[in-house]
Unconditional design. Sequence first.
Length: 307
Amino acid sequence: MTPSPVWVLTGPTASGKTAFGLELAERAGAEIVSMDSMAVYRRMEIGTAKPSADERARVRHWAIDVVEPDATFDTARWCKVAEDALADARRRGVQLLFVGGTPLYLMAFFKGMVETPQKDEALRARLAARHAAEPGSLHAELLERDPASAAWIHRNDEKRLVRALEVLELTGRTASEQRAHFAQQGFRVPCRILVFERDRAELHERVKARTRAMLAAGLLDETRAIRDSCGFSPTASLAIGYAQCLAHLERPFKDDEELRNRIRRATHGLVRRQTTWLRRLGGVTRIGPGTSVDEALGTLRAAGHEP
């Protein structure tokens, strides 16, 4: 017997998908698996906009507060958490709803990990040394050789920059070409996908309000407390909001407005990358703030909607 399809709700940051997903799961008696790459870190509460303790009491959540901020956490480890959640839910006959805006998590879990060459430690060391000695040089090279990957990898994200250039050197193919080929493959886990969209101008205003609210709630103090206790892993330190606060704590910006603007610009960049990727995603149903929970549930429960 074919397992019932898993439900997925994705969309750009600040679109409102988290709140909609909570209502959807509560109405359906489902449990939520977070597809947010930064929600896995404990103590990083404000900047990740995690569901509150009350919301998590109402609906069970998976893949939230998995490790401390100084720990390493990658896609393969998240997939293991998601696999455990799926196996557990199927044993109990519970519906799962995956909610989040991390495209890599969505593709890795529902299609499988992209096959890439084995690591070349010597090449990695050379690239890492160059990144340290010439900040921005790896991103500049990637922009020239693989602009599609450079568009979504931050210029300071050493781990992803090194891997993208490593793959290019070892295979002669860009990482974006490999992802495009991989995207044409079918889904290994049956699923029904909703994409929550909003008008660009509305998203812009929501990002502005979200940034102000996070700073007012104490994001800078939260960042300082984590930095002064366990510290941040290289990946966690790149989280939008925390990265800018860390830079401000290291060398104070001109004023609070500059901190706000830097966080806002970084968030807009993320939203653009997510929107571009989601626009190309096929086999989905696109919804928005005008869609009711009942309409969304009807779509998810409809037969024959698997991608």
